[in-house]
Design a protein around this ligand. Structure first.
Ligand SMILES: [Zn+2]
Length: 571
């Protein structure tokens, strides 16, 4: 076996060949021949090249956050790859996971590229040998000793935590990553120098400050200026999402500790994994998305128990939500950690961010190159194998895009974050489930207002149901997939879908709206309960995995799955 810096590559060359040749999907970013690039002003072309450079620098930051060995093992693989085919192939999978290990969305256990190098619960945010029990013990002890400010920093979204004797200490990202952040800031300043759009340049200026100053207010200001961008030629995002950290949210399972912390005004927030994306705004795609946006304040009134909470979009007359469809030049960091999927759209900032808490809006960016990279042949085979023939006519990729628009809008509807966060380790599953359910449950409203027609509604139902079919039993780490399982089971239990004697799925178009409203009610009730137990119960009640699921998973696996991604960047 090939060794890289004393670590043995754990996957055989033959196995890597299979993963690369049969299970890897290319995702083509735009290149300089792309129309949308050609028609940019010269200044914006130059600006884009600096935005891409900034994004590339950010990738090393995310590698460091994800695993303590990522950077050295990637460098080792790159060096060895020059004259060692085994290392060259391992490097391809490393780049797909954007790390030494990660789930691939099919196997229950993570893919591990090196013997003995495991994915860590606290990633590299926390000391590698810190157990949950010890973490809770230290936090309690430090609070009791009066070290409230330090504990507050340890439990913030923007610090790396290290041991300090028998205590812990927090290092702000702007300090821990000061070299990379300052290089990024330089690139963003150059981009702002060349870019033709004042509003965009204004945002870049704030983003530069957020990278240089240990001051959460700068993130807030950068986020606020970014979130209002609607008519700019270019797109750049520094994303901060906290789905990866599995240590911080364990605090919510410890009631005594939660109470102690809140009595000192400390509210733990999981660590942000950073990502960066750059691209060109697509005007036509953006116009379609805005058509759906225009309905959102109407939808907010139709949400279950709408009088019991304030919804993000209620604040002010205007919906504080911008939306753009983007042709991507690059995806880096968190975006490129393809561990069971790659995101087709993302609505930021999340609820835990200061900008949202202080009234800032959100911006939703749709990823055209990801959405258009689907495998059409495979899709046909899936329909043949699992969907009753009568419904094939309704399968439609554009309908999936409309569902995703509804999902992203769905995050802005329903109870606010004080409810959602109280669900602890279940919050992501419940929230992703909610966004899906809002999307589908609200679609008949778009028919009423004439945005879509009755046939499109059927297409959305059918395409969504096909999308729910799972290629393996989902892990808790994949909240969207757990949501899919919940929905599939729920639809089946309440008769909105049924299975023929030869294992083909049928959809009852009449029952769909009523069943979707029912699950929407239940979901919102769970969020309003603020009870992790209720959330767990809801998930467990709807997460059966039996013979039918196995059959579907086997069928999908036989058709062939491409869980690994090869993101090809040209600019
Ligand atoms: Zn979502």
């Amino acid at each position: 076996m090939t060794k890289i810096n004393d670590y043995e590559i754990a996957i055989t060359e033959a196995q890597l060949d299979k993963m690369i040749n049969q299970q890897m999907m290319p995702i083509e970013m735009i290149d300089s021949s792309f129309d949308g690039y050609q028609s940019l002003a010269e200044g914006d072309k130059k600006a884009l090249s600096h935005l891409v450079k900034a994004a590339r620098i950010l990738n090393d930051v995310a590698l460091e956050q994800d695993h303590p060995l990522n950077l050295q093992l990637k460098a080792g693989l790159e060096k060895a790859a020059i004259n060692d085919t085994h290392a060259a192939k391992a490097l391809k999978i490393f780049n797909s996971l954007n790390g030494v290990a990660g789930l691939n969305g099919i196997d229950a256990d993570p893919i591990e590229l090196f013997s003995g190098v495991h994915i860590l619960k606290g990633r590299n945010f926390y000391p590698t040998d810190l157990s949950v029990d010890e973490f809770h013990t230290i936090i309690r002890r430090m609070v009791e000793k009066g070290k409230v400010d330090e504990v507050s920093r340890i439990l913030s979204a923007r610090t790396m935590v290290r041991r300090n004797g028998d205590e812990l200490t927090a290092i702000d990202y702007t300090q821990y990553f000061s070299k990379a952040f300052s290089e990024m800031a330089n690139e963003l300043e150059l981009a702002a120098h060349y870019s033709t759009n004042d509003e965009f340049n204004d945002y870049l200026g704030w983003q530069v400050q957020a990278l240089l100053q240990n001051n959460e207010d700068m993130d807030m200001l950068a986020d606020k200026h970014w979130a209002v961008l609607q008519n700019t030629p270019l797109e750049f995002t520094l994303s901060r999402e906290n789905y990866e950290d599995e240590i911080t949210p364990t605090i919510f399972e410890n009631d005594d500790l939660v109470n102690l912390l809140s009595s000192h005004n400390i509210f733990p927030i999981s660590k942000d994994m950073l990502g960066a994306r750059a691209g060109i705004v697509n005007k036509k795609g953006t116009d379609l998305i805005l058509t759906f946006k225009s309905q959102m304040s109407q939808l907010a009134k139709l949400m279950p128990f709408a009088d019991k909470y304030e919804q993000k979009i209620d604040s002010g007359d205007e919906v504080k939500q911008t939306m753009v469809d983007v042709d991507l030049a690059t995806l880096q960091g968190d975006y490129a950690q393809c561990r069971g999927g790659i995101t087709t759209a993302q609505n930021l900032p999340n609820d835990d961010k200061l900008s949202v808490k202080t009234g800032g809006g959100r911006r939703n960016v749709y990823h055209r190159q990801v959405r258009m990279s689907g495998d059409k042949q495979r899709q046909m085979k899936i329909l043949e194998a699992l969907l009753d023939k009568e419904f094939h006519q309704y399968f439609d990729e554009e309908a999936e895009h409309i569902f995703v628009i509804g999902h992203e809008n769905g995050h802005s509807l329903g109870p606010d974050s004080s409810y959602k966060d109280s669900l602890g380790i279940y919050k992501h599953i419940i929230e992703e489930n909610k966004a899906d359910v809002v999307s589908i449950a609200m679609m008949p409203q778009y028919v009423k207002t004439g945005v879509i027609d009755e046939i499109t509604l059927r297409k959305i139902y059918v395409t969504w149901v096909v999308r729910l079919l799972l290629k393996s039993k989902p892990q808790q780490m994949h909240p969207h997939r757990v949501g899919d399982l919940i929905h599939f089971n729920y639809l089946l239990k309440h008769g909105a879908i049924s299975i023929t004697s030869d294992n083909k799925i049928r959809i009852d178009f009449v029952k769909m709206p009523e069943v979707m409203n029912k699950i929407l009610q239940e979901t919102i009730a769970v969020q309003l309960s603020k009870s992790p137990q209720k959330a767990q119960q809801f998930i467990e009640e709807n997460s059966d995995w039996g013979k039918l699921h196995e059959y579907i998973a086997d069928t999908l696996q036989k058709i062939g799955i491409k869980p690994y991604k090869d993101i090809r960047t040209y600019l």
